[in-house]
Design a protein. Structure first.
Lengths: 285, 371
């Protein structure tokens, strides 16, 4: 588990010299992470990203965020999130798709973007759907186009898809911040700048902006309330965690119940619609 | 004959009342569930929308329990729904199921055909008896919708969290034990009193969010992941524009009797969409405008993937937003059963609304002190 690894690294580097005042979690696994680590703040990644971008770049108006599983656009007005959108049913254009394509073309993902920049005439790739994009790429490969042109075409296609799909009907005003893991990809970055005709700002810690946002929110929470943290400490990584799931068959909903177990004791349960499992008081919570 | 019908939110309650009163034998399909969805996606065309798939699932589950006739509301083509009755019929026949679909709509061939269908189900064409049963079933539908509206009002204000849901669950479990519109209305009344006795925080001013969009996904709590409940748990008061009783009264009864319809939504939608383009698109736009004018904090549009009318409505929304400055969140529902993506969007949307409310309050205070 990535969280365990991260906590371990922290402990190795700082020992227990740190006095943790608050902890926050975000991302799609935020509830699970919050339970394992003992978080004071569990916040959705949209809000967390907005908070982090605002702290880093003053007067930011637009946030483009593309991560591993999803992509988002967040529009701010007068310092408040005004509108946002998140890809709904298709994962085209997210980090995991780029990763897959890089793997298929035998190019390390770090160099993927550089290939795109070397292209003189990008080929047109269908960007509407990841499956279409992939078969289109294969066909262009077979007809002999250079790798550079295909990759550059793919970057253009994904950006086109993002702008036509997520950003549809939304006004993209400067300053525009580009964050999330895909911001490391110079090819995508370049395609965005070409399509929008503006310069993107990439924050120094573009790849952990969500976590930064959660940390800022945890700090705000501490300052306003001053309650002692629920954080279990870095030593909690030594505990064993595992998830057990089963289907509850007490009614026709057949909910998938997830149970987080640590040292033989259940920490939390969720996944039910009726509250029978998640409503139970268990363990130390 | 054993009749069955789609589940769709609380719709089954008024259909049950109707069939009870007319002494028709029926089977209520199990609550919409994963199995129904799975059966539906296996047998329905891939590009069909979620409601069709869940309906197929409902029918096949009811068939297993012995149903042989399906009651469907038609629409004479407001959208694809108009030919769903026929589609169901064909799909189920292809599967070799001995089950027949009866469409309850006035066909182009006129009332004689309609009455023939009614007689097939009820065994009578006694207009007095049928009209009385329809009237009572409509009352059940109105009251059931009011009950859900009451839940939405009480839930964000309840002091002991989960109380409303517990009462509502008892209500649903109790429906199976009562028979006929009279008893059902009493059951609804009892539940209503229980809800009114829930201890609430009277000073709490919740955010108010309007729900618009396609009818099935906005009404059916399985399809929309319990949207109203989720909002309530976040302290938000939800209001839904499209209801079962609204559909029955506006689109079925008023159609048959040629009574003028309630067209406030159409008037509100006029600057953006002057004509009905199918489905509930004009309602979506119109109700969005009405919510904005009534001071709601935000609007959620919900529809199943590939729903054409709502796709058109979605592309009109930016114009409405520009004029009324109201935040809108669009949720598209398909076969996914992972809820966390929806939860994330809802949480972020509620954050957004909260911040906006705080800010506008602060601005107002500032304006006053400035005077």
């Amino acid at each position: 588990m990535a969280l365990k690894k991260g906590m371990k690294e922290f402990r190795d580097r700082y020992g227990n010299r740190l006095n943790i005042l608050g902890a926050g979690t975000t991302g799609s696994g935020r509830h699970l992470a919050g339970i394992v680590a003992g978080a004071d703040i569990v916040k959705n990644e949209i809000t967390a990203h907005a908070v982090a971008a605002q702290k880093t770049i003053e007067n930011v108006n637009t946030i483009i965020e593309i991560g591993g599983q999803d992509s988002k656009i967040i529009i701010l007005k007068d310092g408040v999130v005004y509108d946002f959108a998140m890809n709904t049913v298709c994962a085209a254009g997210t980090g995991s798709f780029l990763d897959r394509q890089a793997g298929r073309l035998n190019i390390p993902i770090e160099e993927f973007g550089a290939y795109a920049l070397r292209s003189n005439s990008p080929v047109r790739i269908a960007g509407r759907c990841a499956v279409f994009a992939e078969s289109d790429m294969i066909h262009k490969q077979q007809s002999g186009h250079s790798l550079e042109d295909i990759i550059s075409g793919l970057c253009d296609a994904l950006v086109r898809n993002y702008l036509n799909n997520l950003a549809k009907g939304k006004q993209i005003l400067e300053p525009v911040v580009f964050q999330g893991g895909v911001a490391a990809n110079v090819g995508i970055r370049n395609s965005f700048e070409k399509a929008l005709g503006i310069k993107l700002i990439i924050p120094e810690h573009y790849d952990v902006m969500g976590a930064y946002g959660a940390a800022l929110l945890a700090m705000e929470n501490y300052k306003s309330g001053g309650k002692p943290t629920k954080f279990y400490g870095f030593d909690s990584v030594d505990r064993e965690y595992y998830a057990k799931s089963h289907e509850c068959n007490d009614c026709s909903n057949s909910c998938e119940i997830v149970e987080i177990i640590s040292d033989g004791e259940p920490l939390a349960r969720w996944g039910d619609r009726c509250g029978k499992w998640s409503g139970q008081k268990i363990g130390k919570l | 004959m054993k009749v069955t019908f789609p589940h769709m939110g609380n719709t089954y309650i008024c259909v049950k009342a109707l069939l009870d009163d007319l002494n028709v034998d029926y089977i209520i399909p199990p609550y919409n569930n994963k199995k129904a969805l799975e059966i539906g996606t296996r047998h329905a065309p891939e590009l069909a929308c979620l409601p069709l798939k869940i309906n197929i699932g409902n029918f096949m589950e009811a068939y297993e329990k012995g149903a042989d006739t399906i009651l469907m509301a038609g629409g004479r083509g407001p959208c694809r729904f108009g030919y769903y009755g026929e589609m169901h019929n064909e799909i189920l026949r292809d599967l070799g199921l001995d089950i027949e679909v009866i469409n309850l709509e006035v066909p182009n061939s006129g009332y004689r055909e309609f009455l023939k269908r009614v007689r097939r189900i009820t065994g009578t064409v006694n207009i007095y008896k049928i009209s009385k049963a329809i009237l009572n079933a409509t009352r059940v539908s109105v009251e059931a919708d009011n009950l859900e509206k009451l839940c939405c009002r009480v839930r964000p204000r309840e002091i002991k969290k989960g109380e409303v849901d517990r009462i509502f669950k008892d209500f649903m479990n109790g429906i199976g034990r009562v028979k006929g519109s009279k008893q059902i209305l009493k059951h609804i009344g009892d539940t209503r009193r229980k809800l009114l006795n829930v201890r609430i925080d009277e000073k709490y001013e919740p955010l108010r969010v309007g729900i618009v969009g396609e009818i099935f996904t906005s009404i059916d709590w399985y399809a929309n992941f319990n949207l109203e409940k989720k909002l309530g748990e976040m302290g938000v008061e939800a209001d839904r524009a499209i209801t079962t009783s609204g559909f029955i009264i506006e689109h079925m009864i008023k159609n048959v009797l040629h009574i003028p319809k309630d067209l406030r939504y159409a008037k509100a939608a006029e600057p953006f969409l002057r004509t009905a383009i199918g489905g509930h698109a004009q309602e979506t736009i119109g109700n969005m405008v009405l919510y904005a004018e009534n001071g709601y904090d935000g609007v959620i549009q919900i529809y199943p993937l590939t729903c054409m009318p709502e796709i058109v409505a979605e592309s009109i929304i930016p114009a409405v937003q520009k004029k009324y400055n109201i935040p809108v969140l669009t949720l598209i529902i398909d076969e996914m059963t992972g809820e966390s993506g929806y939860q994330t969007r809802l949480e972020a949307f509620v954050d957004l609304l909260n911040r906006r409310k705080e800010l506008s309050k602060a601005e107002k205070r500032w304006a006053f002190s400035g005077n």
